[in-house]
Design a protein around this ligand. Structure first.
Ligand code: GDR
Length: 342
């Protein structure tokens, strides 16, 4: 979106022994050509000196801090790393802006999250709803939220929080529930997978389309004054319903049988079991229900979501079928394809 708006964009990527840029490869520009507008620097949210150096080199007008260990369940396994990257990482960027004297130049966007609401205090959730984090991820993000507010108030920085509810797209990481489902639907229909194993089917999420949501992030940095905003659709759905909608895209009607860990989703026509519950995916503390109220964003930013959930599900299944067709071709010709479907 920023490239389309004519921005020069600098991103930070972590070093890995393999290429890890799949999701931005379509934006790649050969660095030897003229008028390159997209750059990637090696960096890490746990390394202050690195962040200071990159920000010193680039002197950005806007920083979007979307970097995080962002998987809620993984944060229970790696709580300290999550706190380091997500909480202290946010502080490191804010401090870098201050150390470099960029307080009046650089505007800062913090990717805050509906996970802050955690245990339900009020629905729908809005900017004034109290927070109650339910995971090491959410607790780390709580620090990120408040340190952003504090730097705005203490140093007059243009720093704001977008409290974004779940936002999905065909580029979503494969282990988040929506993409796990749409990818499984594609792989099941093309014969690369037999079943889909999921955790809590009753969880309700307010799912929107990431492409609509990035427009809101940008708008938040174009105002006269920095403020915090909830970005959501105002509608929610259970994981179970999402599964049903995704299978419908390939002409399968799912019928649910049993309850709790014995619940199963069957293909109504063939009777074949396609979905099973695996308690390994249950979280020690769960966020049962998220439903956002985006009224403030509508009034002050003129922002509204454009894409409905059925459109989003259809898009994700369609794209996963394309990728899976490529995998099927590879497999047929003796090349290895990715097996992980966790
Ligand atoms: P979430 O997204 O935790 O809301 O955080 P996720 O898609 O991981 O889970 C949504 C809900 O689905 C339930 N669930 C499962 N989740 C996963 N990942 N895998 C499963 O097999 C499964 N089965 C059921 C979960 O328990 C949960 O209730 C996302 C992340 O992108 C955060 O970084 C971001 O801050 C918030 O959205 C907004």
């Amino acid at each position: 979106m920023l490239l389309e708006k004519g921005y020069v964009v600098h991103g930070i990527k972590r070093r890995s022994s393999q290429f890890n840029t799949d999701r931005v490869d379509h934006l790649y520009q050969d660095q030897h050509e003229e008028n390159v507008r997209f750059f990637l620097h090696h960096g890490d949210m746990t390394d202050s000196t690195n962040l200071i150096r990159v920000i010193q080199q680039v002197k950005p007008d806007e920083i979007y801090n979307l970097a995080a260990q962002s998987h809620v369940q993984v944060s229970f396994d790696t709580p300290e790393y999550t706190a380091n990257a997500d909480a202290l990482g946010t502080l490191r960027i804010l401090e870098a802006i201050r150390i470099l004297g960029l307080e009046k130049k650089t505007r800062f966007y913090q990717a805050s999250t509906s996970e802050l609401y955690g245990l339900v205090q009020e629905t729908p959730q809005k900017e004034t709803t109290p927070f109650y984090p339910r995971s090491p991820y959410a607790a780390a993000k709580l620090y990120g939220y408040w340190i952003t507010v504090n730097y705005r108030e203490a140093y007059g920085m243009y720093a704001c929080n977008g409290i974004l509810f779940n936002h999905e797209s065909p580029l979503r990481g494969e282990t988040f529930v929506t993409r796990k489902i749409t990818r499984a639907v594609a792989r099941i229909t093309l014969g690369l997978q037999h079943k889909l194993h999921l955790g809590n089917l009753d969880a309700k999420r307010d799912w929107g389309f990431a492409k609509d949501y990035v427009e809101a992030m940008w708008l938040m940095l174009q105002q006269d004054q920095a403020e915090d905003f909830v970005i959501a659709t105002g509608r929610n759905t259970t994981v179970r319903d999402f599964v049903g909608q995704a299978f419908k895209e390939i002409g399968i009607n799912i019928e649910w049988h049993g309850s709790g860990i014995d619940e199963k989703g069957l293909d109504r026509t063939s009777g074949r079991v396609l979905v099973e519950v695996d308690p390994r995916y249950f979280r020690p503390t769960e966020v049962d229900l998220l439903l956002g109220d985006p009224t403030k964003a509508k009034i002050k930013l003129g922002w509204e979501p454009k894409t409905t959930l059925p459109e989003l599900v259809a898009m994700m299944v369609r794209e996963d079928i394309k990728t899976t067709e490529r995998d099927v071709l590879c497999k047929k010709n003796g090349y290895a394809v990715r097996q992980f479907n966790e």
